[in-house]
Design a protein. Structure first.
Length: 374
């Protein structure tokens, strides 16, 4: 059987047009972007073009974009950077369903004299705006809440949450790693001060990302060296990957209106097909306020290991529970949402991409129908 990939939230392939844009900077255009000779100047121009492309997708000024190695670094820059700037004893707010790239930096500063509040979520994975408002204190230095959840796809009301933080004079950061390139993420509409971008979630290479920093907001650098990236992130830039990130942003812009509805329709075809196959399935996350490509589905009566075995090694998905031998541990996201243990143990994340077709969906449904009903 032809291999099937439905794990696009984990990583996407590099788009052909992105690779095409990168190739000269892996071969003939190899100069150091900081050099003043022609080899360096043409490479510096490529980086600045990529910065413009990222800024165009986010609706901000190019000067507000810093290139990083990915979402983890961007998130750490904001959380640890602000912690360093404000000093110990200050207060940070996040949610219980964040990616480890936010939770672990928060836990780190929690151990070193900072206070961190982890806001609960409802059964759909949404943060209660009133809970955020009540959690803010005069000592609060940052609110960091993800734009869309990587496991269940629930999209937060970042605009509303950011307004609450702004009313208290508190900066707001959102990890938009799973959103950028899939749905509109205009920073002006969101009202955020910091926003994280991960390249390999939308057809750029792994190991490159970006951080939006609103003009007027300042972060101390986490590393020290030469003054690359406006002094924020020293080190010679990952030239080819930065060019690839810019190309991926440009490629994504005209696809936002068409790909979202197409993938939403395919995901609904998957869910409806599983129900018609007389499998007891349950959708985790919000049924409407969600990423169109992300479908976290629990298979009642089966744990994640059994579903993965039924799919086989040639159909790529992600289990919503960690399977270790005979032990199946539900994810922290599903636990925080209050998904019943029996359902959370049988959760599978299907995440679709630009290459996903109806034939792919129908093959997955048929496979699960045959294997699980047996």
């Amino acid at each position: 059987m032809t291999r099937i990939y439905l794990d696009y939230n984990a990583s996407t392939p590099i788009a052909p047009k992105v690779l095409e844009a990168m190739m000269p900077y892996l071969t003939s255009k190899f100069g150091n972007p900081s050099s003043s000779h022609s080899f360096g100047v043409e490479c510096r121009a490529a980086i600045e073009q990529a910065r413009e492309q990222v800024a165009s997708l986010l609706g901000c000024a190019a000067s507000e974009i810093i290139f990083t190695s990915g979402a983890t670094e961007s998130n750490n820059m904001v959380i640890k950077g602000l912690a360093k700037a404000v000093g110990k004893g200050k207060h940070f707010i996040t949610s219980q369903i964040e990616h480890p790239a936010v939770l672990e930096p928060c836990r780190h500063i929690d151990r070193f004299g900072y206070r961190v509040t982890y806001l609960p979520v409802d059964r759909y994975g949404l943060v209660d705006p009133d809970a955020l408002s009540k959690a803010i204190t005069p000592e609060t230095s940052l609110v960091t809440i993800m734009h869309s959840n990587n496991e269940v796809g629930t999209i937060q009301d970042i605009t509303g949450l950011a307004k609450i933080a702004a009313a208290h004079g508190v900066p707001f950061h959102t990890d938009a790693a799973q959103s950028v390139g899939k749905i509109p993420c205009r920073v002006g509409d969101l009202g955020v001060d910091f926003l994280t971008v991960a390249g390999h979630k939308f057809y750029a290479p792994k190991g490159v990302g970006a951080l939006y920093i609103r003009r007027g907001r300042n972060l101390p650098p986490m590393l020290h060296g030469a003054g690359h990236e406006h002094g924020m992130r020293p080190g010679t830039e990952n030239l080819a990957s930065v060019v690839g990130l810019g190309a991926a942003c440009e490629l994504a812009m005209p696809l936002l209106e068409s790909e979202g509805p197409r993938q939403l329709k395919l995901g609904q075809r998957l869910f409806d097909g599983l129900k018609k196959a007389e499998l007891k399935v349950h959708l985790n996350g919000h049924p409407e306020k969600k990423l169109p490509n992300t479908w976290n589905i629990s298979f009642e009566g089966h744990d994640a290991a059994a579903v993965m075995e039924a799919l086989g090694k040639d159909i790529a998905v992600s289990p919503g529970a960690a399977c270790h031998g005979d032990t199946v541990n539900p994810s922290h996201v599903l636990v925080a949402m209050g998904v019943p243990t029996g359902l959370s143990r049988g959760a599978i994340r299907f995440s679709l991409g630009r290459e996903t077709s109806e034939a792919v969906i129908d093959t997955v449904v048929q496979t699960l129908r045959e294997k699980l009903r047996r």
